[in-house]
Design a protein around this ligand. Structure first.
Ligand code: S5P
Length: 263
């Protein structure tokens, strides 16, 4: 079996600016926790960023959920990200031809490319979507994750489709920096794996979301980052819950990789 590599070591194995920054701040903050802030209120999203910022490495948004979006949202979130050192990930899940996806990324109401460090895309259109998004994101030093697998019941993203995502990531490694997946799907240590569908008590929601535990995802399936939404944002005390997840995620990472020094 290959020697497990620390996040710090992996930072030195990639030239991708967002991946380098992310690996380093994960090690500095001892956090492999991303929070999914799926609130309809911009004020609430910014408050979550402010309060949970110290515990997380990535703050994940769905800007098109906001019912009170104002054009200064991105700038405000960037200010919080700078203060607390986290990566801003707009979970836009682009899925169109390259030309349209590029327009959706740079323009419209949300101007995602002005403020997000990281976005993601489905690979169902083929490589053109990566080429299209790259025309906007690459010159700005931003990154892309490919959706290789999904947490929802009955997902079609599996088998050959997942393997194709890994191949496309290799092909575009100076722009793609990893995956949304349920487990580690690539042996390339430069790629980061982020996994949603996390709860302290596993189970399902009413609409097909499937939840697994921190240990299952980080220790048994060797993913890198936990994406946690409602189990933190809807907790009685989201700050305490984020701290709990941060510690559990980091312990699972250290122990499963047999790296020295725990939380
Ligand atoms: O396969 C996926 C991919 C993503 S990015 N399944 C997911 O649930 N997500 C996102 O993760 C989803 O859009 C949501 O923002 C978050 C999970 O939220 P939770 O409240 O179920 O933890």
């Amino acid at each position: 079996m290959k020697e497990p590599l620390s996040f710090l070591k992996r930072a030195s194995l990639t030239r991708h600016p967002v991946a380098q920054k992310l690996f380093k701040l994960m090690e500095d903050k001892k956090s492999n926790l991303a929070v999914a802030a799926d609130s309809a209120s911009q004020k609430h999203v910014l408050e979550l960023a402010e309060h949970l910022g110290p515990f997380i490495c990535v703050f994940k948004t769905h800007v098109d959920i906001l019912s009170d979006f104002t054009p200064d949202f991105g700038k405000q979130l960037q200010d919080v990200a700078k203060r607390h050192q986290f990566i801003i990930f707009e979970d836009r899940k682009f899925a169109d031809i390259g030309q349209t996806s590029a327009l959706q990324y740079a323009g419209g109401l949300y101007r995602i490319a002005d403020w997000a460090d990281l976005i993601n895309a489905h690979i169902v259109p083929g490589p053109g979507i990566i080429e299209g998004l790259k025309t906007i994101g690459f010159p700005k030093g931003q990154g892309l994750l490919l959706l290789a697998e999904m947490s929802s019941q009955g997902t079609l993203a599996k088998g050959a489709y997942t393997r194709k995502a890994a191949q496309l990531a290799d092909q575009f490694a100076n722009y793609v920096m990893g995956f949304i997946s349920l487990r580690k799907i690539s042996e390339n240590p430069a790629f980061i794996h982020m996994t949603p569908g996390v709860k302290l008590n596993p189970g399902k929601d009413a609409l097909g979301q499937r939840y697994r535990t921190v240990e299952e995802i980080i220790a048994n399936n060797l993913s890198d980052i936990l994406i946690v939404g409602r189990d933190i944002t809807h907790a009685k005390n989201p700050i305490e819950q984020a701290l709990l997840y941060q510690q559990a995620g980091w312990e699972a990472y250290k122990q499963s990789r047999q790296l020295k020094g725990s939380f």
